[in-house]
Design a protein around this ligand. Structure first.
Ligand code: FES
Length: 334
């Protein structure tokens, strides 16, 4: 079969599919060539071997340790990529992957003390990094707080259990919003829980992955507790997939000609905000790599995590990659 997109040159065969929770599956892939990646990085996958539908998934395996290249995918009811990968792709199928991408890796943010904060499927890069760190940096002290809706939603539950039993330098705090059982703290992340898990948080490297409002909240809390901004790192591309979370403040997104206004959560990506209101936007990779989601903002407050395909002049004029633009205040589009 021919390569569907120049962005995805690596063909891999599905060896096995393993169910992790009620709605998360891990696909284990065989790659015949060397595939370099760092723990925590992601790859784009061509969905249905399409040229222009690419989706980003964390490589949940760990380089040098895992037998397969793996991705762990939550099946989202509206997710074209996740539904195909979890419901239709079977052992023996082929997938096309990009080279590994991203800066959300402990290799790129080396430290001897980490606090890793994960919610939902955001735990996949955290597991990849923890597995790698305990094997390759055994002196490293790692605290993990993992937030889930119910105890049944803990992804990699058995592996967390064995890793923490074998490696006392890895300490895991589990939190559940509902059906709380022994071993889980009730509710959502808070200053008190952060300090309980890591009293020395201000001197740790903090890495977080989860829905946008969650990451927004833990960023605020971490900075309030003295974590320097340079020591705080968050993954970005999970945001659009998990926008439906109800936490956090809202902002106004204005779109001209004719003028329309929409309310969206602070911290969500522009892409997620547009899609949640069924507004047209092209987005092939959703990870700041392909450039198809280029959009112009004429006024407002936002941050960006990738401007990879934009020129300096375009950035100056307010162009952003919608998938890699986090809305921080009221925003007006051209
Ligand atoms: S969708 Fe590819 S850069 Fe945004």
């Amino acid at each position: 079969m021919t390569q569907p997109s120049p962005l995805c040159p690596n063909q891999m065969q599905v060896h096995s599919v393993q169910q992790e929770t009620a709605d998360v599956w891990t696909l284990n892939l065989i790659n015949n060539d060397f595939y370099p990646y760092q723990p925590g990085q992601f790859a784009l996958i061509s969905i249905r071997d399409s040229e222009d539908t690419l989706r980003a998934y964390t490589l949940s395996s760990s380089p040098g340790l895992s037998r397969f290249i793996s991705i762990s995918v939550r099946c989202l009811p509206e997710g074209a990529g996740s539904r195909w990968l979890t419901q239709e792709v079977k052992p023996g199928s082929s997938l096309w992957l990009s080279d590994a991408q991203g800066e959300f890796s402990c290799v790129q943010h080396p430290s001897d003390r980490y606090l890793m904060l994960a919610a939902g499927c955001g735990v996949t890069p955290v597991m990849s990094m923890c597995r790698w760190l305990v094997a390759n940096r055994p002196q490293c002290d790692i605290r993990v707080i993992f937030n889930v809706r119910t105890p049944a939603d803990v992804i990699f539950a058995a592996e967390w259990h064995s890793l923490t039993a074998q490696h006392p330098q890895l300490q895991l705090t589990l939190m559940a919003e509902q059906d709380v059982q022994p071993g889980f703290l009730p509710g959502r992340i808070s200053e008190q829980v952060l300090l309980q898990a890591a009293p020395d948080i201000a001197s740790r490297t903090v890495m977080t992955c989860g829905p946008a409002p969650y990451m927004q909240q833990v960023e605020q809390l971490s900075l309030q507790l003295g974590v320097p901004a340079a020591q705080f790192h968050k993954e970005q591309f999970h945001i659009s997939a998990e926008l439906n979370d109800e936490q956090g403040d809202q902002l106004t997104l204005r779109i001209g000609q004719p003028l329309r206004e929409f309310r969206v959560p602070v911290g969500s990506t522009l892409l997620a905000a547009l899609e949640s209101h069924k507004l047209p936007v092209n987005a092939a990779c959703r990870a700041g790599v392909c450039g198809s989601c280029k959009t112009r903002i004429v006024a407002g407050k936002y941050t960006t995590t990738s401007t990879m395909t934009l020129s300096a002049a375009e950035i100056e004029q307010g162009y952003v990659l919608a998938c890699s633009c986090q809305l921080q205040g009221d925003v007006t589009l051209a």
